[in-house]
Design a protein around this ligand. Structure first.
Ligand code: FES
Length: 166
């Protein structure tokens, strides 16, 4: 075995302030029954997301495979792996919005923002998500940004709509 292989993993990308919170949660909970779910839930509550760097650290500290943690985080929709942006964009893909062009609207938002659904823009301004019917089917396709609903959205209007939140 090489010397490098025997060295403990380094978590250079884990922010010190996040490590402090993780250590606090781990110290109080890692020996409790159901520790994995408990620790992930508390990290989500305290920090608002569980990043890959946090997952790597938790995996080592809890002694469970990273793939197991990832499986739990992706199974439950209450967990986030990225921080929330200042504005949350929810594109409706309920039936009415879907058949009236919702998927094209999603593609256009992804293209303009340069992120995929579930991600936050690097400047932390927008988080892009999908939702089901928001009760405005007569205006389909519908996009909700924070608490504002924009109906009959045309993919060509996406950049203009986003400028309001600049
Ligand atoms: S399906 Fe989109 S608002 Fe109802």
């Amino acid at each position: 075995m090489s010397e490098t292989f025997n060295q403990p993993a380094q978590f250079t990308d884990l922010a010190p302030e996040h490590k402090l919170v993780l250590d606090e949660i781990l110290n109080e909970n890692k020996h409790k029954p159901g520790a994995t779910m408990l620790v992930l839930t508390l990290v989500q509550e305290r920090l608002g997301f569980v990043s890959l760097e946090m997952q790597q650290y938790l995996s080592q500290q809890l002694g469970i495979p990273l793939s197991h943690l990832y499986g739990v985080l992706t199974f439950y929709s209450s967990f986030r792996m990225h921080p929330l942006g200042r504005h949350k964009i929810n594109i409706c893909l309920g039936t009415a919005c879907y058949v009236r062009g919702g998927p094209t609207v999603v593609e256009k938002f992804q293209q303009v923002l340069g992120v995929k659904v579930g991600e936050t823009t690097p400047d932390n301004r927008f988080t892009l998500e999908i939702c089901r019917c928001v009760g405005a089917c007569s205006q389909a396709p519908v996009v909700m940004i924070d608490d504002d609903i924009t109906g009959q959205i045309n993919p060509q209007d996406v950049a203009k709509v986003l400028r309001k939140y600049a």
